[in-house]
Design a protein around this ligand. Sequence first.
Ligand SMILES: NC(=O)c1ccc[n+]([C@@H]2O[C@H](COP(=O)([O-])OP(=O)(O)OC[C@H]3O[C@@H](n4cnc5c(N)ncnc54)[C@H](OP(=O)(O)O)[C@@H]3O)[C@@H](O)[C@H]2O)c1
Length: 311
Amino acid sequence: MTSYVKLGKSDVSVYPIGLGANAVGGHNIYPNMLDEEVGKEVVRAAINNGIHMIDTAYGYGPKRSEELIGEVMKEFRRDEIVLATKASQKNVDGKVVMDNSPSFLRQAVDEALTRLQTDYIDLFYIHFPDEDTPKAEAVGVLNDLKDAGKIRAIGVSNFSLEQLKDANQDGYVDVIQSEYNLLNRSAEDTYFPYTSEHNITFIPYFPLESGLLAGKYDENSTFQDIRARRPNFQGEKYKENIAKVQQLKDIAIPYEEEVANIVLAWYLTQSSVDAIIPGAKRPEQVKINKRAAEITLKDSDIKAIDDIFNN
Ligand SMILES: NC(=O)c1ccc[n+]([C@@H]2O[C@H](COP(=O)([O-])OP(=O)(O)OC[C@H]3O[C@@H](n4cnc5c(N)ncnc54)[C@H](OP(=O)(O)O)[C@@H]3O)[C@@H](O)[C@H]2O)c1
C-alpha cells in the first residue's frame, strides 16, 4: 500500500501522484483541448481513483480551469480533495504582469476561493515571482491567510534558489514547484540540497516533458500546441530525446508497466520529490499514472535510467 506524504511542514497529506490540470479548461495552453466535459471527466477519474491532489492555477484558461474544477468538486466531499492553485498574473493595460504584493495575494486568494466554490485552498502557490515585492513579505501574507484558515500550505513556483531562500526566511515555505524531468535535471543541483535540508517538498512540473517521456511518440510525431515551441521538441534534439525514451521501453518490460510510469516512479526515488503532478488529457491516462506510486524500481534500473539521461 502506498503511503501518503506530507507537504513540507504543513499538515496536508497527499497520495504521491496528483493530477496536473493545466489541460482542464486550459484553453490558452492547449487550444486543441476545448471539450470541457472531457476535462471534467479527467478530474472525476482522478478523484474516483484516489488521485486527490488537483493542481490548477488562475493562469489556466485563464480562470476556466479553476471554475471547472470547482464545479466537479461539488460532486465530492470537500475533504476527499487536496486542492492546489496558484496566482500572480494580472492584466495592466492589456499586458500580463506579475504581482506578489500582499494586497494582490489577498485578493487573488479570495477570487480563487470564489471560482473554486470552496472556503479553503489546501496549497496556494505564488505562481511566478514579481520584481518588486520582498519575497519574505509575500510569503508572510500567505502565512496570515493560513492562520485565517483560507489556505493550509504555502507554495512558491518558478522562484530561483535565491528567491526561495528569501521567501523562506521565516521557514514558512512548504512546497516549491518548478520544472524538473529526466530531460532537464538542473533542479538536482540547484534546489534539492536546499529543499532537503529545509523540509520543503519539491513538486516537478512537466514531469513527462509534456508527454515526450511517456513513450508513445516517435520521430515522425508532430505537435500543434505549446509543444511546437518547446526546445526538446525541435529537430535533432527531438530525435535524440526519442532515442533515449526508446531505451526505457526495455526497462519497463519486467515491471509490465507503461514507460510513463517508470519515469514517474524514478522521480519518487529523488530526495526532495515527495509528490508529482503529471498532466492528463484523458481519464485513462490518470488511471495509468496512479500506479506509478506503487512501483518499486530496482537499484540497477534507477542507475540505468540515471545513466541514459545523464547528459
Ligand atoms: N508552475 C508552473 O509554472 C507550471 C508550468 C507547467 C505545468 N505546471 C503544472 O504541472 C502539470 C504537469 O505538466 P504538464 O501537464 O504540462 O506536462 P507533463 O505532466 O509533463 O505531461 C502531461 C502530458 O503527458 C501525456 N500523458 C500523461 N499521462 C500519460 C500516459 N500515462 N501515457 C501517455 N501519455 C501520457 C498527456 O499528453 P498527450 O496525451 O497529449 O501526449 C499529458 O497531457 C500541469 O498540468 C500543471 O498543473 C505548472
